[in-house]
Structures are given as C-alpha cells and as structure tokens.
Design a protein around this ligand. Structure first.
Ligand SMILES: Cc1cc2nc3c(=O)[nH]c(=O)nc-3n(C[C@H](O)[C@H](O)[C@H](O)COP(=O)(O)OP(=O)(O)OC[C@H]3O[C@@H](n4cnc5c(N)ncnc54)[C@H](O)[C@@H]3O)c2cc1C
Length: 583
C-alpha cells in the first residue's frame, strides 16, 4: 500500500451531496472553524444531482397550504412510524430552507407573478387528506442538480477544504467520542488519517444492493457499513422503498413529477387502475401503495404483456400533457425517453416497472443530527449523520416524494449548526493505536489470489435482495435470504484483488463497496424477517395487517460478527394518534 498522511480539522464532513454540503456550509460559517469535506466522487456528481421532481414546502404559492398539513401527510405517509416532532420540524423549517436556497441563487421554476412554482406529488394533501395539493418546489426536472451547484459554490466561498475522490474506510473513536476518519486517496492509494473534533456522515443511500434500482453506482452505503463495524446501531433498515416508475428493465427513474403534472398509470386494457386502489388520490397515492398496486395488476395478468410469469410492466401515460408542458416542466424525462426508449412521451406511453429507490432506515440521530447509541437515546460525542444515510426519523415506514431533499436541507443545516457550536468548545480526542488497521486489511486483499468471484457474489446478492427482500415478502423467503447472505459474506472475505496498482484501483474499491452492501443487505433481510407485520414499504404476505400492539416501535440492529442483534426504540406519537391509512 501507499504512504500515510495526517491532517487536522475542527469539523469533517464525509459526503458532498445535499446533506453534506449544507452541513459544511453551516459548520464553516463560524470564523476560525476549519471545515473539510471528504467525498469519493467529485462533489457535484453526488446522487443528489439526479433528483428530479422537487422539494416539498408549504409555501402556498398556488393554493392554500400549511406546514402542519405537510407534517401530517409525512406521518401518515410513513404509516405512523415517523417521529412526529421531527416531522413538524421538517415541515416548518422546509419553508425557510427553500427561501434560503432561493436567496443563495437556486433558479427555481416560477409562475407569472415571479413566485416559485409548485406541483403535486404523491401523498401530499390539503387539509389532512382532502385532495392533492401543490407543494413541490422545483427547477424543471433538475432540482437536485441545482441544489448541488448552489451549495457547492457557497462552500467554496466559505473556504471549505475539499478532499475529492477520497474514500472513507474507517471512523475513529476513543470510547463513545468520535476522533476522526481514515480515507483512501483514490489517485495515489495513500491513506489519510484526518483528526477532527466532530465528524458528520452524509454518505447517501444504498440502493445498489438491488438488481433493479434508480440509484447511482456510488450508492453503496459505505458510511453506514463502516459505523456498523465500529459497533454503532442502525435503525429501521427493513423499510426500503420501491419507486413505482422506473424505466422498464433499466430502473432509471421517471420522476413522480410526471404524475404530479397529470400523468396516469394504465394497464393492458388502458384502465386507470389506481381508481380501484386509492379512490381519492389515485396515481398520487404514496409510493408504497402504488408499487403494490402495480405488482397486483401484473400478478392478475393485467400487465402489458398479460403474463405474470414474465418480467411484465405497465404504462405511464403522459401523452395528454402535451409537448409544451413536457418540454418545459419535464425536459430531462422527455430526453430520457428518447435516449433510452427511442420514444416520444408526447406521442407514446412510457413502459415502467417499480425500481428500488430509497432506504428509509439508517444511522439513528436526534433532532440535531447527533448519532444515538442506544434505544434509550444515549449519544456519541462529536458524531453526526444527515441525509439519506441518517434516520431522524421523518420517513418512518415509507417516505413521501420530495421529502428527501427537504430532509437533507433541514437536518443537514441543523446538524451543521450544532457541529459549529460544538467544535468551538470541544477538544480533540486521541487517535487510537489501531487507526491504520484498515491499511493491513487492504494489503491482505491485494495479496489474495484473484478470481472473478466478486462479480458472481454481487450478482447473487442483487438477485436475493430483489426476489426475497423486495416489494412483497414472506417469512420463508426472508429466512432463506438471511442464510444465503451470510454465506456470501463468508465468500467475499476470501476474494482477492487482481489489480495491485495504487492509482485508481477500482477492483479494490468495488470490493470494499461490495462488502459494505453485503453487511447492509444482511441487516435489511434480518430486520424484515423479525418484523411480523405489514407497515409502509414492508409488506408481508404472511402478516398482511399492521400490528400496532406488537410493532409500533423502531427497530435497532447491531452486527456482532456474523450475527444480527436487535433492540427497540420508541416512536414519538406526541401529535397524532395512529389511524388506518386510507387515500
Ligand atoms: C434518480 C433519483 C431521483 C430522486 N429525486 C428526488 C426528488 O425529486 N426529491 C426528493 O426529495 N428526493 C429525490 N431522490 C432522493 C434524494 O435525491 C436522495 O435521497 C438524496 O439526494 C441523498 O442525498 P445525500 O446528501 O444524503 O447523499 P448523496 O447525494 O447520495 O451523496 C452522497 C455523498 O457521499 C459520498 N460518499 C459515499 N460513500 C463515500 C465514501 N466511502 N467515502 C467518501 N465519500 C463517500 C459521495 O461521494 C457523495 O458525495 C431521488 C433519488 C434518485 C436516485
């Protein structure tokens, strides 16, 4: 392996998506706070840049709207597993957060009087469920791209130090105090130990554990897996969202904004089948319900091919929106259709299938992004998490569309602010003796004989997750998945790296990412097996009802060697009583 280096910063942020950049912006606002961002990608290539449809905030620019309606929709959408004070903060702060982004230069789409335009999105309603409301603020279908550009330039202005193409491999602790991170510099193969008073993990999602996914290649859950190995628990990992409209066979996302603008899902008879599943909100019901409805249509032989035994699909019809609306409000989507399907969405319906999209679970945090160590709320010192890798929990068992971007901005900002104050009074902890332990692990992987095994293991993992830990689940399939994933974890430990070069060693990188995904797959399957009820995105065929008596609590999971240990954390139900979900 290469050489090792030491650095020192007050605040270190791992990940340069929306959550990481907003936190960095806040942490660096206090004069004298030395702030660094570490990212395995160039910052503006983070997956936030792929977000299309928008960011939800009750601005009420086109019709009446209120933050408390937004908070309620979030709680109901999450099937009452949402922490309700957190949801209130999300909805209240969203309004100011959107105006802050606007002032910082984000070019939102606008209505004629100059106000920010807003469109409908799944599960967002007026007056506690009466009808769909226009709440999603957007910049055409490039909202995330614009957020990243806006935040990145502001971070540069604040002189944040960027370590681009540095891959997090370890997080350092002195007892419960976080003291820094270890990263691999991709260009040189050198190891960097970065000593810090506070560390914030914002490494994004882990959708690459599934075969069909909307997620970028980099979404391998590294931050979660590294913390898991250091004894930090994860929360609610059984809840993984399938987005209803991925491009058939590819998983590439067609934003819910298409349905927000009036697009309709149709089966082989041309029927608007959502009329039967969600009579009020129709195609704009929450994603878990729409994805299940699509699966049921296909199973009943009403998919476009009419055969549940093949990889069937349905149509998303946007032809009636007209070319002008499509080109103005959904230009990238129109482009995707032409590029990937040789199809003009103004003329033809788009073939779609559900695609693995978003992990509701993650690193448990309090309302200021501080990482929680136990079910009773004990905290780590100087350790924060925000964004998709974190679990505040505002998404509960199912996230509403547009609420992830809100989560990044609201809780990224809160965590960054808390961090800025914390580092002013905190001391540096000690770097542990085993800080360079990962260097030996990497060197060993380089020495093992290489065969093509890693690719086989990756394919098996994705197939297991898709077939056994997908939209519908059974106890039997989940138990099998747990056993098979355990086996794959043993196998991957024996895989060697063929390429021994130090510069941009992608073989090594992909092996590290695969190990991370396997750990998270195991946690996801095991968490799903122990939750014997159906709630939000977790639909059990063998336990088809929600069971509030037995399961109205968050799941905490620890990975002890190869076995998963479970704990519970209570849900904050301080505002609304759980009710059945009807849309
Ligand atoms: C196609 C698509 C469309 C979406 N559209 C919307 C939408 O319209 N509205 C909405 O609310 N949500 C949307 N989402 C969800 C939302 O975009 C994501 O949940 C969110 O952007 C995640 O942001 P993040 O800051 O947590 O992480 P990301 O933006 O994913 O960034 C992760 C960062 O972590 C870094 N990183 C990861 N691992 C390491 C490592 N080992 N070492 C160093 N750095 C590392 C990466 O380099 C990257 O900078 C969409 C998601 C997808 C996939």
């Amino acid at each position: 392996m290469g050489r090792s280096h030491r650095h020192e910063f007050d605040a270190v942020i791992v990940g340069s998506g929306g959550a990481g950049l907003y936190a960095a912006l806040e942490a660096s606002r206090v004069r004298g706070n030395r702030t660094a961002v570490i990212s395995k990608l160039l910052p503006i290539r983070s997956h936030t840049g792929a977000a299309q449809g928008g960011i939800g905030a009750a601005l009420g620019n086109l019709e009446e709207d209120q933050p408390q309606w937004h908070a309620f929709d979030t709680v109901k959408g999450g099937d009452y597993l949402v922490d309700q004070q957190a949801a209130s903060i999300l909805a209240d702060d969203a309004v100011q957060a959107v105006y802050d982004l606007e002032r910082r230069g984000l070019p939102f789409s606008r209505i004629e009087d100059g106000k920010i335009d807003q469109r409908r999105f799944g599960g967002h309603t007026r007056n506690f469920g009466e009808a769909a409301v226009r709440r999603s603020c957007y910049a055409a279908d490039r909202t995330g791209h614009m957020i990243l550009q806006t935040l990145y330039q502001q971070c540069i202005k604040n002189e944040v130090a960027f370590f681009d193409e540095f891959h997090l491999i370890d997080i350092l602790f002195e007892g419960r105090k976080c003291t820094g991170v270890v990263a691999l510099e991709l260009a040189t193969g050198d190891i960097h130990v970065i000593h810090a008073k506070a560390v914030l993990i914002a490494t994004g999602g882990f959708g690459r554990m599934y075969r069909t996914t909307s997620n970028a290649y980099a979404n391998t859950g590294d931050g979660l897996a590294v913390l898991l190995r250091r004894g930090v628990p994860l929360e609610d990992m059984e809840f993984f969202q399938f987005h209803p409209t991925g491009i058939r066979g590819m998983g590439i996302l067609i934003t819910e904004g298409v349905r927000g603008e009036g697009g309709i899902l149709r089966n082989r008879a041309g029927d608007r089948f959502m009329e039967r599943y969600a009579p009020t909100l129709l195609d704009l019901a929450p994603r878990d319900m729409v994805a299940r409805a699509m699966t049921m249509e296909i199973q009943a032989g009403r998919g476009i091919l009419g055969d549940p035994a093949v990889d069937d699909y349905l149509y998303l019809d946007a032809t009636h929106l007209g070319r002008e609306v499509l080109e103005k409000k959904l230009p990238d989507i129109a482009d995707f259709c032409r590029t990937y399907l040789s199809l003009d969405p103004a003329e033809n319906a788009i073939p779609v299938q559900p695609t693995a999209h978003y992990g509701m679970g993650g690193i448990p945090t309090d309302l200021d992004g501080r990482v929680v160590a136990t079910g009773s709320g004990g905290l780590y010192e100087g350790l924060y998490a925000a964004g998709e890798c974190a679990c505040v929990s505002v998404h509960g068992a199912n996230r509403l569309g547009t609420n992830s971007l809100v989560d990044l901005i609201v809780f990224g900002r809160r965590a960054g602010r808390h961090m800025a104050d914390f580092v002013r009074q905190a001391d540096f902890g000690a770097i542990p003796d085993d800080a360079l332990a990962m260097q030996d692990v990497l060197a060993r992987a380089n020495k093992k004989p290489h065969d093509a095994h890693a690719e086989k293991i990756r394919t098996s993992m994705k197939t297991i997750m898709m077939d056994k830990v997908g939209i519908y689940r059974t106890g039997k399939a989940l138990d099998e998945a747990v056993q098979e994933l355990r086996g794959l974890r043993h196998e991957v430990a024996e895989v060697g790296v063929g390429d021994t070069s130090r510069s941009y060693n992608n073989d090594l990188l992909e092996l590290l990412e695969l190990q991370n995904l396997l750990d998270l797959s195991l946690i996801t399957a095991a968490s799903a097996a122990q939750r014997q009820e159906s709630r939000g995105a977790h639909a059990r065929e063998d336990f088809s009802e929600r069971d509030d008596d037995a399961y109205l609590h968050h799941t905490l999971t620890w990975l002890d060697g190869g076995s998963v240990r479970f704990g519970k954390k209570s849900v904050d139900l301080s505002i609304w009583e759980p009710k059945p979900r009807v849309y």
